[in-house]
Design a protein around this ligand. Structure first.
Ligand SMILES: [Zn+2]
Length: 486
């Protein structure tokens, strides 16, 4: 089946055709780096990570640019949050931004989000933004006032075509820009002068100042991917006015469509509201990782198609943890059985899979992912496979190595490489294997105590394991376990 993507611009499911046969070019709006990232950020970047991973499974090379905003963007009263945060700590805004860019990379590494091909930083592109704004003035799409430069929306009838909320975009621009000298209230700022109090200002033909909120993404995408590229991704919450403004100014500047496909990731919601630092209803990724494994967080975030919003609920994360632990336990058993089967293989043992149903899992998984990256359906396929593998390991003591390794490869390719919910080392690494054997031996001992109704001994083993960082979960069939985050 061909890959089809829901294009937020056309509002249709479209067949994916990249400009280049081998390469897919992709720009994703990065965070504003004045604080640690939270689970709302994780939803966007895990979703876009899975998009890139699936494209790679389909044979594409992916050039993925993520643009970090470190030039000031969100007002904190009268002072920019980068500036106020830096002042509180007695450091410069650039140092503060650097701290949180590294923090973001650490969080994404911990979540198994593959690094972008290019991490672009807005502050390194200010001279290009100045040139870009000069071009827009020359083209008659922007105008100077006393101390600012504005983009003029009047010439663009399709302004706001991404959100189809022209009034929303206008209102947002009115609220954000505070400009008294705009020709049209919906015009948005490209450059604003800054007083001498702020360290975030650069020289320009319009005096010392800073670029407006939206120009950075257009310039960074343009710098690395060209005037037009395949995919633009980001969070749904940035659509108005950010993505609308980005789109109209890019097309005005380049006279060609900006991105071919716009992918907007639904929000993570808390009690009906978007998780955000501004509302203070957020859980940082660092804190979440103290409670749940990275794979459980990914599973939870991918449990609905990326366009849908997901409600943040601790019971849903706990259920995700149980499911992911069950997956890992099944893969451990499978890999142990493979090791046991290997020495007993005679020369005539069939090396091929004897289960006719196995190829269907790959096909069903790819069908789901090819339908606008439907991770909810794809996860369903993985857990059908978990059930089938569990049945095979229980019922068929003589399953061939071919069958077992076909199952293992399915897990590795689909749950591991595409969804990122199965670390490569489950059941395999040397030291990890020793830990697994020790934990399994203790669980067997505990199980013996339970059968003998020696509850205090069984509880003591559980408490000791918990104390040293092993969480266990009793299920109807077996007991699964995982190492807790340190
Ligand atoms: Zn952006």
């Amino acid at each position: 089946m061909a890959l089809r993507i829901y294009n937020a611009l056309s509002r249709k499911l479209e067949r994916f055709r990249s400009f280049d046969r081998e390469w897919v070019s992709m720009y994703v709006c990065g965070p504003t780096v004045y604080d640690h990232a939270h689970l709302g950020h994780a939803k966007t970047y895990v979703a876009m990570d899975v998009v890139a991973r699936h494209l790679r499974l389909r044979g594409y090379q992916v050039r993925y640019v993520c643009g970090f905003i470190d030039i000031g963007r969100i007002a904190d009263g009268e002072e920019d949050r980068l500036v106020s945060g830096a002042r509180r700590l007695g450091i410069t805004p650039t140092e503060l931004a650097d701290t949180y860019i590294w923090s973001f990379h650490d969080d994404m590494d911990a979540l198994g989000v593959l690094r972008p091909s290019i991490s672009a930083r807005a502050s390194c592109h200010v001279p290009r933004m100045v040139t870009w704004i000069e071009d827009l003035i020359d083209l008659g799409c922007a105008y100077e006032t006393g101390d600012s430069v504005y983009f003029s929306v009047d010439r663009f009838a399709d302004c706001g075509k991404l959100s189809q909320q022209v009034s929303g975009m206008q209102q947002a621009n009115v609220d954000l820009d505070r400009g008294q000298d705009k020709r049209n209230p919906a015009d948005f700022v490209l450059w604003r002068s800054e007083d001498s109090q702020t360290p975030l200002r650069w020289p320009s033909p319009w005096g010392l100042g800073a670029p407006g909120s939206h120009v950075a993404c257009s310039v960074m995408a343009n710098s690395y991917l060209g005037r037009t590229f395949d995919i633009h991704g980001g969070g749904l919450g940035d659509r108005v006015p950010h993505n609308d403004c980005e789109l109209v100014q890019s097309e005005a500047h380049n006279s060609v469509p900006s991105a071919k496909y716009w992918l907007l990731v639904g929000d993570l919601r808390v009690a009906g509201q978007r998780m955000s630092r501004r509302l203070g209803n957020h859980l940082t990724i660092k804190d979440a990782l103290k409670l749940y494994s990275p794979e459980a967080i990914r599973y939870f975030l991918l449990s609905r198609p990326y366009r849908e919003s997901v409600d943040f609920r601790r019971d849903a994360l706990q259920a995700a943890q149980r499911d992911v632990d069950h997956l890992h336990q099944t893969v451990r058993h499978l890999r142990r059985r493979m090791q046991e089967t290997l020495p007993s293989m005679g020369s005539g043992t069939a090396a091929f899979s004897s289960l006719a149903s196995l190829p269907d899992y790959r096909e069903d998984f790819c069908d789901a992912m090819d339908h606008d990256f439907d991770t909810a359906r794809a996860l369903g396929v993985i857990f059908d496979l978990v059930e089938e593998v569990g049945r095979t390991l229980t019922a068929d003591r003589k399953a061939s190595l071919g069958t077992l390794s076909t199952m293992d490869k399915l897990f590795r390719d689909l749950a591991g490489d595409v969804l990122g919910i199965l670390p490569e080392t489950v059941g395999l690494s040397g030291e990890g294997k020793l830990v697994e054997q020790l934990v399994e031996a203790l669980l067997e001992l505990r199980s013996d105590h339970i059968v003998a109704r020696q509850w205090s001994q069984a509880d003591a083993i559980r408490s000791k394991l918990d104390e040293i960082g092993v969480a266990i979960q009793d299920g109807p069939q077996d007991t699964s376990w995982r190492l807790k985050a340190s």
